[in-house]
Design a protein around this ligand. Structure first.
Ligand code: SD4
Length: 324
């Protein structure tokens, strides 16, 4: 991005941030546009399918996103989300999740929660049962227990083995500077009637320091949704992405008229222009607008970023645009 583009981007994001809700254009929705579900990575496909099922059997859009995200959370083979997610440096699985309702402009989030396999469902209850937005660590765990969640060991034989292998590797502390294991489920959805929801759930970067919180559960970073515009989510190196408030930046760029696809690419170019080292980083984003138009982009080609898109009764995998 040249300096002029960069200034334009910053101006557009800052300008959008200064807008009040009433300044945004009213949702322009094609009647009967139908719901669209977008979810990151191959494990996003069963999640999007489940979300569509829940929605079509009468669930709300929030129910759909929550239950969709529960699919990889419950799957022990997905080692970056929920049960079976890789643990922190002490061998304990700590999960982050957030869900944001674009109608109420309300998010619920839990950070570094242990022993609970469905953090997205706890995050949902933070919205529904409290006036708080974010609960962390032991407090998030205690809240989940009070709400009837059952504690369990989240390590599986496979994730325990990976942790033991890592621990026996000489100089394994290198993870403090070189993040390991990425994937995560990021989710954005619209009902085709102008309502938008964004959700995200992860075990975060493997071997992280106890208490480390990534971008996924932070409102504006891992999730953002506004019915007046659209929603966004992110996956990748949260220690970098948090500093760019990726999801809110994308949505505010869309509020200024960018398509979801252009808004994803703009954000990535902005990150690369701000710090050229970001070109080597693992940064992937998805977005949807309140008309159901989708966008996705990744900083570079490794690893190849794919996302699932459910639309018009079927889901398929799509390749995101690679910016560098
Ligand atoms: C994190 N952003 O905790 C998450 C991990 C992730 O693809 O998304 N990996 O940094």
């Amino acid at each position: 991005m040249n300096e002029l583009d960069r200034r334009d981007f910053i101006r557009s994001v800052a300008g959008a941030a200064a807008l009040s809700a009433t300044d945004f254009a009213a949702p322009t929705v094609t009647p009967e546009a139908g719901p669209v579900f977008l979810a990151t990575w191959p494990h996003g496909k069963p999640a999007a399918d489940r979300a569509a099922e829940v929605f079509h059997s009468g669930g709300s859009l929030l129910d759909a996103v929550e239950k969709g995200i529960n699919v990889p959370e419950d799957d022990p083979k997905i080692m970056s989300v929920g049960y079976g997610g890789l643990p922190n440096e002490d061998g304990e699985v700590e999960l982050d999740a957030a869900i944001m309702d674009g109608t109420r402009h309300r998010a619920g989030a839990v950070c570094a929660i242990h022993s609970i396999k469905n953090p997205i469902s706890v995050a949902r209850l933070v919205i529904e049962k409290t006036r708080h937005t974010t609960l962390a660590g032991e407090g998030a765990y205690q809240f989940a227990i009070k709400e009837g969640f059952k504690p369990m060991q989240l390590l599986t034989p496979a994730s325990l083995q990976q942790w033991l292998d890592w621990r026996s590797t000489p100089n394994h502390e290198q993870f403090w500077v070189n993040p390991a294991n990425h994937d995560t489920i990021g989710f954005v959805a619209t009902d085709g009637k102008g309502h938008v929801v964004s959700g995200c759930s992860t075990s975060g970067t493997a071997w992280k320091i106890h208490g480390r919180v990534g971008d996924s559960p932070l409102v504006g970073c891992g999730v953002y949704a506004d019915d007046n515009v659209g929603g966004a989510s992110a996956t990748g190196d949260g220690d970098i992405m948090t500093n760019y408030c990726t999801s809110v930046s994308i949505v505010h760029n869309m509020a200024r008229g960018a398509s979801p696809q252009d808004a994803c690419v703009d954000l990535i170019k902005h990150m690369a222009a701000t710090d050229p080292r970001n070109r080597e980083a693992f940064i992937c984003v998805i977005a949807i607008d309140n008309r159901g138009r989708a966008g996705a982009a990744s900083m570079n080609a490794g690893p190849k970023f794919q996302y699932a898109i459910w639309q018009n009764g079927t889901s398929k995998m799509a390749d995101a645009i690679v910016v560098y």
